[in-house]
Design a binder for this molecule. Structure first.
Ligand code: FES
Ligand code: FES
Length: 162
């Protein structure tokens, strides 16, 4: 296990959306803050900062994780994907994003990146979920705006059950 001194800056190197990047930070820096402030990936949002709201969800090696409950150091050498990775380079939305647009599944959009990253992982592992299973996963995300109806409609379309 890598040992670090709490008073030293440490260099964290990772692959972000296919690009190898590194930056210096403090050992206590959260992955959410590292992505936003050190690497400029501001698509990942930060709300509660204690694992409840879900808006900071990213993927590490393909698995959805709360980046506010993960130290930047824990992502050392790993493959991190954020919401910026979902659309094509020319801006074309992927299937899940397009479903959100089709059903007006966002208002302020603060919760959206986390929901997209959670379901990108979930639907890759469970391509034919039931509506109840979608609701169960969505229960890990808080949306203050939409009332969830549009989000559920989008998720059902993306899962092919809408
Ligand atoms: S900011 Fe991470 S779960 Fe709310
Ligand atoms: S769209 Fe505003 S919090 Fe979900």
């Amino acid at each position: 296990m890598r040992r670090v001194n709490k008073d030293q800056k440490v260099r964290v190197s990772l692959t972000l959306n296919g690009r190898k990047l590194s930056a210096e930070t403090e050992p206590r820096t959260l992955l959410s803050d590292f992505l936003r402030h050190a690497l400029g990936a501001t698509g990942t949002h930060v709300g509660c900062e204690h694992g409840v709201c879900g808006c900071c969800t990213v993927q590490i090696d393909g698995a959805a994780v709360r980046s506010c409950l993960t130290l930047a150091l824990q992502a050392e050498g790993r493959e991190v994907r954020t919401v910026e990775s979902l659309a094509d380079p020319d801006g074309r939305l992927n299937k899940l994003q397009q479903a959100f647009q089709n059903h007006h599944a966002l208002q302020c959009g603060f919760c959206t990146p986390g929901i997209l990253m959670s379901f990108t992982d979930y639907l890759s592992r469970n391509p034919k979920p039931t509506e109840d299973e979608l609701r169960e996963v969505l229960s890990g995300h808080i949306c203050r705006c939409t009332g969830y109806a549009g989000i559920m409609a989008a998720l059902k379309e993306a899962a092919g059950i809408g």
